[in-house]
Design a protein. Structure first.
Lengths: 699, 311
């Protein structure tokens, strides 16, 4: 079956858009083919800076013929209805229609045969539409035609279209169409500088090979592989190690059609600047890689650039030019860094009076004060020195006003650490400058230094409390202030450091520190707590743990100690994995179901202690006894925070519960006995509440 | 590059030779070679030959040098490559010709940048001028990792769609010349291409000016007067725009250019005030908006003039 080759040749496509565009092209063409009844064997799309290319192989040469039946009017219907039917079906007269009988009478049926069209004609019709409706994130008009309304928009000017269709063994046909005066053909072009001449192509195989000969590697994955292999080799040959960087690699591969990897160097004096700053400078501004010394792991005074040409001088000019720019950039960075070092962090703080954090939440200066107060309050709870935590909270945001962070926002926090150390701050205070932003996501490291922990918690809780107070909570996919991430950060900080904290108390305290006083201030701490519960569920679900157990624990009420909640959930999860757990859960639920039915029937609850005198069966007595023992034992274990022991105690309930349901009829004819047995069932429920609300657990 | 040029005229030897080579190249492409506009402005784009001529259906090809004033970028002559006054070389071609990229690469060859040894790249850079109500798509052009030009297909100017679209090229002359001459400090550029006693450097011409203007821009510029000037320019612009309509039908405008001068003036005055640090962050936005409103009104007037394509 024939194959399609499509290439859209344009001026340079932004690197960040290429992969998505290739994917969109493949999806749009293949979806449309399928919709047209042309089911293909396979498709692959590619992008370089100057072209999008697509190959679809195994497309049927013709669409299948389509036969459809259309039901018309009743036999004997008025002429208008008959004429309408004939027009819609294209039949010449009613003689060409069948008559079909159904319970409602005899109806005319028209058979419409739509012969399949040649695939190449279908392509010629669909491709221009796809090109005109292509979903570029940003597109533009150009040239003389842009003076007319409705002119083509493309990411950058489109120059040529190659579109061929045919069998491997034959000379393919050009898919004949034109867009904006560009006729589809068989001519493309090689590398802009190394092989700019036109190339005539037939099908994908010779297209890819001819491009390669014309110094264009079509497949971005191959370009990436080539860059990575060459860069590693070049670094290794000089005794260095490439510092790998996937995002940079993706971007660089989108900037070249013919990657040529070269190495340059800079003055070793620049290495006195923090390595992260050097890396950010070289990477962000110059899109070059850095290398390290494998023995020390430290950055070397070398960089790796990826050029787009094989220069006639072997790259000497290109290296020299890049070295010049990098030298200038590094001198700027060094200058920024040294300038920053001249001002103590605390001397920068006055400026925060002028910087608004959020219109309704005041200035950065106010926020820093709030974080300080909160950090001092949290410090004793997390084992941090209050003075250090206060000092850290005072300084952690100061680096936002430094030159280096102004230039490279991604090194915020880290620079604060460098500057804090340089001005002789305590190591924990300095670490907090960097670590109080952490963890930034599930993969990020969770700080353990108590000073960092105190400030990190204070920072996040202030953010959460603030946005809760002004009712800017996340909704759906919108979370502009990253509040979900902040809440998850709090959860990780608490659980991974095994901290004991009353969330309600700290939340209330964070809210009290705000200058905004919302009307519903009373319920905000519990609202926030519910948000944490939600986040905890999401986190557990992502870890593959049972998130419904969180509800079962929160339903007990008064639970605001995250660590205890998590421990309880873990123990409960383990218990419910065991046979004892499963059966006890089933028994408890059964008790709950019976109770709720009978409660509804009698319009009353069955609270209160059962009367031992009314027990008639051994199973009743055994259950009552077990409940008493288990309740005491489980409560004692919970009080000692030994949830595993509490669960083991619960396990002892299982046999008497099972035996009870086996042998005892709850709805006894004697109303008093019935009432007493229902009270006993209620006792099962209340006993299990020592560990969780079993009714909230999903089966 | 023209091999018959005397040494002191060669683009890699002299700043003026460099400018002349670019002018000659673009003259050969059919551009009118204009002289700098006689007003202070932040970028060559403000020149009416770009801003206004980019609007309307009439073809327009022009190239010119424009001194660019960036009061905030002054460094008292102490930074090797930051200046509060520098030169941009500006090319505008409307409609954008299909081979504009090739022309650009040829222009680089004309100033001594050979694509056989230099790595020339077109790196995504979307251009937007909030003060001009303008945007376009294009690239920053890199030569061996250094940004040497801006390449933009104007999509909108003064709030109006460009139809047809103009292609705009902006060369940072000092930076390019430094690269071609191989100097690291802008003041060391050889201006006239001569050697020995006859040599004049960029520093000889501009260093004193950089020091003086830096002091002026940051320390002394009379802010009370500037605030007043901003208001006056704004009012004058409005006044000329109102007075410029030929009749009540508002179909033909006769004074778009004088009005636009006042818009240029307001923009520069704002830049000076900004450099003096007397405009707060919140006010800043509103000043930019006020200039944009002027630019838009001027654009509106322009498309009702003869050169703007009316009737």
């Amino acid at each position: 079956m024939p194959d399609l080759l499509l290439e859209l040749f344009s001026e340079e496509i932004p690197a960040r858009m290429q992969a998505r565009a290739a994917d969109d092209l493949r999806r749009m063409v293949t979806d449309k083919l399928v919709a047209e009844g042309l089911v293909y064997d396979g498709a692959k799309a590619f992008a370089t800076p100057r072209r999008l290319a697509l190959t679809v192989h195994g497309i049927p040469a013709r669409q299948p013929d389509l036969k459809t039946e259309r039901r018309g009017p009743k036999v004997g219907a008025p002429d208008a209805a008959v004429q309408g039917f004939l027009k819609a079906t294209g039949l010449k007269s009613l003689d060409e229609a069948k008559i079909q009988r159904d319970p409602k009478g005899d109806f005319y049926i028209g058979l419409i045969e739509k012969p399949g069209r040649d695939a190449i004609d279908v392509l010629a019709e669909m491709l221009p539409v796809i090109i005109r409706t292509f979903p570029w994130p940003k597109s533009m008009r150009w040239g003389a035609r842009s003076g007319k309304p409705g002119s083509l928009s493309w990411v950058r000017p489109l120059h040529a279209i190659t579109a061929t269709f045919g069998l491997e063994t034959e000379e393919p046909d050009v898919v004949k169409f034109s867009v904006e005066g560009i006729e589809a053909g068989q001519t493309t072009y090689g590398h802009r500088f190394l092989a700019p001449a036109p190339i005539s192509v037939r099908r994908f195989e010779d297209y890819e090979a001819k491009l390669l000969a014309a110094k264009v590697i079509l497949d971005p994955e191959r370009r990436k592989d080539a860059i990575l292999a060459d860069a590693k080799q070049l670094a290794f040959a000089q005794g260095f190690e490439l510092v790998e960087d996937q995002n940079l690699l993706d971007e660089v591969a989108g900037l070249v059609e013919w990657p040529v990897v070269l190495m340059g160097s800079f003055e070793p004096e620049f290495l006195a600047t923090p390595s992260e700053v050097i890396r950010a400078t070289i990477r962000n501004n110059q899109k070059c890689f850095v290398v390290s010394d494998p023995k020390t792991g430290k950055l070397a005074n070398k960089f790796i650039l990826v050029a787009n040409i094989e220069a006639t001088d072997g790259g000497a000019t290109i290296i020299a030019g890049n070295e010049r720019v990098i030298r200038a950039r590094l001198s700027d960075a060094k200058f920024f860094y040294e300038t920053d070092l001249k001002t103590r962090l605390e001397d920068r703080l006055a400026k925060f009076d002028q910087i608004v954090f959020h219109e309704k939440l005041g200035t950065q200066a106010e926020r820093i004060k709030r974080i300080g107060r909160l950090a001092a309050e949290i410090a004793p709870l997390v084992g941090a020195d209050v003075a250090k935590a206060t000092r850290a909270a005072h300084l952690v945001k100061a680096d936002l006003l430094t030159e280096v962070v102004g230039e490279f926002p991604e090194v915020q926090g880290l620079m604060g650490k460098y500057y804090a150390l340089a001005q002789g701050e305590d190591a924990s205070v300095a670490a907090a400058c960097e670590e109080h932003y952490k963890p930034q996501g599930p993969a990020d490291r969770v700080p353990t230094d108590p000073v960092s922990v105190a400030v990190a918690l204070a920072d996040k809780l202030d953010t959460l409390a603030g946005f809760w107070a002004i009712d800017e909570k996340p909704t759906g996919s919108k979370d502009p202030y990253a509040l979900r991430r902040a809440a998850l950060g709090v959860i990780s900080l608490i659980t991974e450091n095994a901290l004991r904290l009353s969330l309600l108390k700290v939340a209330a305290s964070a809210l009290a520190g705000l200058s905004v006083k919302p009307a519903d201030a009373q319920k905000l701490p519990s609202d926030l707590l519910a948000f944490f519960a939600d986040r905890l569920k999401v986190q557990l679900r992502e870890q593959g743990a049972r998130h419904d157990l969180v509800d079962a624990v929160f339903a007990l009420g008064g639970q605001d100690d995250l660590l205890m909640i998590v421990r309880r959930v873990e123990a409960l999860g383990k218990f419910l994995d065991s046979d004892d757990g499963k059966n006890l859960l089933a028994g408890t639920k059964r008790a709950g179901n019976i109770l709720s039915i009978e409660e509804k029937k009698d319009k009353r609850t069955f609270d209160g202690a059962p009367d031992a005198a009314l027990y008639s069966l051994a199973e009743e007595k055994a259950l009552a006894k077990a409940i008493g023992e288990v309740k005491a034992e489980a409560s004692a274990a919970v009080a000692k925070e030994d949830f595993a022991a509490a669960m083991s105690a619960m396990a002892k309930l299982r046999p008497p519960v099972d035996a009870f349901f086996d042998k005892v009829r709850v709805n006894d004819d004697d109303a008093k006995v019935r009432e007493n047995r229902l009270k006993l069932l209620n006792e099962i429920r209340s006993a299990t509440r020592a560990v969780a609300d079993f009714s909230k657990i999903q089966d | 590059m023209d091999a018959s040029l005397p040494a002191h005229m060669r683009p890699e030897r002299s700043f003026q030779g460099f400018i002349l080579a670019l002018q000659r190249f673009w003259a050969e492409q059919g551009c009118v070679i204009l002289q700098p506009y006689d007003m202070e402005m932040g970028a060559g784009t403000f020149h009416p030959a770009t801003t206004l001529r980019a609007l309307g259906p009439k073809p327009w090809n022009a190239a010119y040098v424009q001194p660019s004033r960036r009061p905030k970028d002054g460094r008292y002559g102490e930074n090797p490559n930051r200046l509060q006054h520098y030169y941009q070389f500006q090319v505008i071609m409307k409609p954008s010709p299909p081979n504009l990229q090739e022309l650009y690469l040829k222009s680089l060859a004309a100033i001594g940048i050979d694509s056989a040894v230099h790595d020339i790249r077109f790196v995504e850079d979307d251009w937007e001028s909030p003060t001009l109500g303008a945007w376009g798509l294009g690239w920053e052009c890199w030569c061996d990792g250094m940004e040497v030009s801006q390449f933009t297909y104007f999509q909108q100017v003064a709030g109006f769609e460009c139809a047809p679209v103009a292609g705009e090229l902006t060369y940072g002359l000092e930076r390019l010349a430094m690269y071609v001459q191989g100097v690291d400090r802008v003041y060391d550029l050889n201006f006239n291409g001569r050697e020995g006693d006859a040599k004049v450097t960029y520093g000889d011409v501009f260093l004193q000016a950089e020091r003086e203007y830096s002091k002026h821009n940051f320390e002394v510029a009379d802010t009370a007067m500037l605030f007043e000037q901003f208001k006056m320019a704004e009012a004058a612009c409005r006044k000329y725009l109102d007075a410029g309509w030929k009749d009540d039908k508002r179909e033909a405008h006769l004074m778009a250019l004088p009005a636009y001068d006042q818009c240029i003036k307001a923009s520069h005055v704002f830049n000076l005030l900004d450099a003096r640090g007397v405009i707060s962050v919140t006010e800043r936005q509103s000043y930019i908006l006020r200039v944009r409103e002027l630019a838009k009104a001027c654009g509106e007037a322009w498309i009702h003039t003869e050169a703007g394509g009316a009737a």
